[in-house]
Design a protein around this ligand. Sequence first.
Ligand SMILES: Nc1ncnc2c1ncn2[C@@H]1O[C@H](COP(=O)(O)OP(=O)(O)OP(=O)(O)O)[C@@H](O)[C@H]1O
Ligand SMILES: [Mg+2]
Length: 360
Amino acid sequence: MSAVEITSIRKSYGATVALSDINITIPSGSFFTLLGPSGCGKTTLLRTIAGFHQQDSGIIAIAKQQIENVPAHKRDVGMVFQDYAVFPHISVADNIAFGLKQRKVARSEIASRVADILDIVQLKPYAARMPHELSGGQQQRVGLARALVINPQVLLMDEPLSNLDAKLRVDLRRELRAIQQSMNITTIYVTHDQEEALAMSDIVCVMYGGVIQQAAAPWDVYNSPANSFVASFVGANNFLALSIDGTQAAIAETSVALPQLSSVQAGGKIVAAVRPEYIVVNPANDEDDLVRLPVKIRQVSFTGREMAVAATLASGEEIEAVTKPTSDIIALHPNDEAVFAFPARKVQLFEDGVTGARLF
Ligand SMILES: Nc1ncnc2c1ncn2[C@@H]1O[C@H](COP(=O)(O)OP(=O)(O)OP(=O)(O)O)[C@@H](O)[C@H]1O
Ligand SMILES: [Mg+2]
């Protein structure tokens, strides 16, 4: 399998800069996910790799071969689309065989390769069906089989699961990942669903505004976000204004001891981020390391596995805790006074701004 290297790729549509100076290396056999909000350039990058869009400048190489000027049909990539894009007037087996026929593969080989792939995507009983006789999930399996059967060096997928219902999406997500791992095929996957990206990927590449914000293993993106955009887009986070006076820091008028502040060059505005799962509601014990903030409860909601407790700080800032559903938590009501506490070491500091760099 093959590594993909993308160097200084730029792409504009008229005045819109869709990709500005994209540099990434995708290791051979890895599952690499482009994650970001609508309009950040994910599809543009994927289609540029596929050859459906011409970049303004830059280099794309697969297995060290430059392909940026090779036409799409001669690039050795398989593509799976959000809307399945199966041919409606031919059977499942013929849909899958299509790319092999185009490549003038011998008929006997086509039959055996189609049979193998039908097995892998679990569509054997459906080989003779027409696409309209399949569910959405099954149609997407056809889309996947069609991309895989040509044995591409690289598999590209643009939001392949987003038209499916939530349960099926999770099932198919696991299956897709298992197939990718068993075939060891280098895969570039596009999604705006951060949970999907974390669950499936070897590397998550977070994009915003046509710029790569961070590319790292899922746990690194979650636990060590490079900037405030990544910290807010991947998982939930509370961002609280930090006021600094000399060596004293305060959140919502409560002074807080944050050891990490000592290694931060003061200057400019600083924002403190703390994930909802680190917040303890009304902590019983008196640990020194806890930052304790008085809050007023806004809303308590039960989501099955956990409780989401939304509250307001003295400053008017909103803050949310996610915690196990205990009887004490369930008994909380709007306007109740409470304390939200979290370990000081769990606080991450960022420069102010949408993509403010992490300071600690
Ligand atoms: N054919 C086009 N002509 C002009 N502008 C375009 C075209 N395609 C995309 N854009 C613009 O380029 C930017 C990136 O679009 P792109 O489709 O790559 O985003 P995306 O990350 O895939 O978003 P989504 O999650 O909504 O699919 C957007 O600002 C979009 O409006
Ligand atoms: Mg898109």
